[in-house]
Design a protein. Structure first.
Length: 444
């Protein structure tokens, strides 16, 4: 089967599904709403990279270091001493993506219904903060204001608009003469929908707290957290990584769900490898931290390959987003891709998003077993370029070459699905909707 035939089959199979999902007003509002947060996510991510310079202070002697390493060490010391200040832009952008998404999703859905978009967005924010960040002793918790609260933000953004729409459809509104300013009318007629939203949504939150002892977002996390105690093998590790990526597609921060298990396992086994090296033996524990780094190479779903494809896209949106997201992706930050493309509720890109990490993790495992690369035996710094992590984890340049090969594999896996999605995006940008599939797809 040649490339043209494969792309045509994928197009005929996936494009109709994508078109239907794309036109469904609730899913369309989720997609559009999350894309509205993209500029803040991209800029915030840059500050997170700046706060984590690519150097491991335990491996460098400042007395014998060259000029570059001395610069990196000085940068590292500055970042450690001022971490909170440096990452404040990240905390107030990406760290608030749940709050922002509650507003933007409600805003977009209200627009679909020709309702008051601004007031609907404000109601959604109020409900989100009541449920996810209740005031306690003069302060509010921030745990669920970011990506960890995204799933709840989606539910609140959609349901709050539907509740308001129900009130309006029942005619439960005050009628004022034309002499009354529209702002006054809007103010009065917003109070009842807000009250009913509080009674319904916050009431459900109270019921959840009474039965489960935690609020809704924490209850969601407790339910979704996999009760997997045995993942110290390839199949268990693949299962938990796939579980996390499926959650991402559904709008849940899957990485944060699986992180305690996957990262703790990786740290522990990397420590065992370090002890083996110290004893003069070869590292032979394969489910080490290096495996987790590969699972999120370029971010969840190994989307660095997708970002590289997008950076050369004919679609204006995809090209701009790809170029913006490539540098953060090199450092393992791919929220711009997940929310800006978006990956969430995207049936076309969901397939490679799940498949690519499975392929790359499996190849890494067997490469270690066969001695092609060195199993990780050192703890490398987070949020540094993937090739720097590969070297620092093993001090072996073969590992660096190998991860570049994995990126190339990611490009190859994403390519056919990207081309189908790119065609759909080009149709939208050109104003062509619901047209029959073209007979041939041009491949650049």
């Amino acid at each position: 089967m040649n490339s043209n035939t494969l792309l045509e089959k994928l197009d005929k199979t996936l494009s109709p599904i994508g078109a239907k999902i794309g036109e469904q007003r609730h899913l369309k509002s989720i997609s559009t709403g999350m894309m509205m947060t993209l500029p803040l996510i991209v800029i915030g991510s840059l500050f997170l990279i700046f706060a984590n310079p690519p150097v491991n202070t335990e491996l460098v002697d400042p007395n014998t270091a060259n000029v570059l390493m001395k610069f990196l060490l000085a940068w590292k010391n500055f970042a450690v001493e001022n971490y909170a200040v440096i990452t404040t832009p990240y905390d107030m952008t990406m760290g608030m993506v749940g709050v922002m998404s509650a507003f933007t999703i409600a805003y977009c859905l209200a627009g679909e219904y020709k309702m008051n978009s601004s007031m609907s967005g404000l109601i959604a924010i109020a409900m989100f903060l009541m449920i996810c960040a209740p005031v306690s002793e003069g302060s509010i918790p921030v745990s669920f204001l970011g990506a960890d609260g995204l799933f709840v933000a989606i539910i609140i953004g959609l349901s709050s608009v539907e509740i308001t729409r129900f009130v309006e459809s029942k005619g439960w509104q005050f009628k004022f003469p034309d002499s009354v300013p529209p702002a006054v009318t809007s103010f009065v007629n917003t109070m009842l929908p807000l009250l009913i939203n509080i009674v319904v949504l916050y009431g459900i939150n109270i019921a959840v707290m009474a039965t489960m002892g935690v609020n809704i977002p924490q209850a969601v996390m407790n339910i979704l957290s996999p009760a997997l105690s045995v993942v110290d093998n390839l199949w268990g590790f693949l299962a938990i990584i796939t579980f996390g990526n499926i959650l991402w597609i559904l709008g849940v921060n899957g990485t944060s769900i699986i992180f305690p298990i996957a990262f703790t396992l990786g740290m522990s086994n990397t420590g065992i490898n370090a002890d083996l090296m110290a004893a003069g033996q070869d590292p032979n524990i394969y489910m080490n931290l290096q495996m987790f780094r590969v699972a999120i190479l370029g971010g969840a779903g190994n989307t660095l390959g997708l970002a590289l494809l997008m950076s050369r896209s004919q679609s204006t949106h995809l090209k701009s987003l790809g170029r913006l997201a490539t540098v953060p992706g090199i450092c393992g930050i791919n929220e711009p891709i997940i929310f800006g493309t978006p990956i969430v509720f995207n049936p076309i890109l969901a397939i490679p998003f799940i498949v690519t990490p499975i392929v790359n993790v499996s190849l890494t495992y067997f490469a270690q077993v066969m001695g092609v690369i060195t199993p990780g035996y050192m703890i490398d710094p987070s949020f540094t370029p993937f090739f720097v992590q590969a070297y620092l984890s093993s001090m072996d340049f073969r590992n660096v070459i190998f991860v570049f090969a994995l990126v190339a594999i990611s490009v190859a896996i994403y390519y056919p699905f990207f081309k189908v999605y790119e065609k759909n995006m080009l149709n939208q940008e050109r104003g062509v909707y619901n047209q029959p599939a073209v007979q041939e797809l041009k491949i650049k």
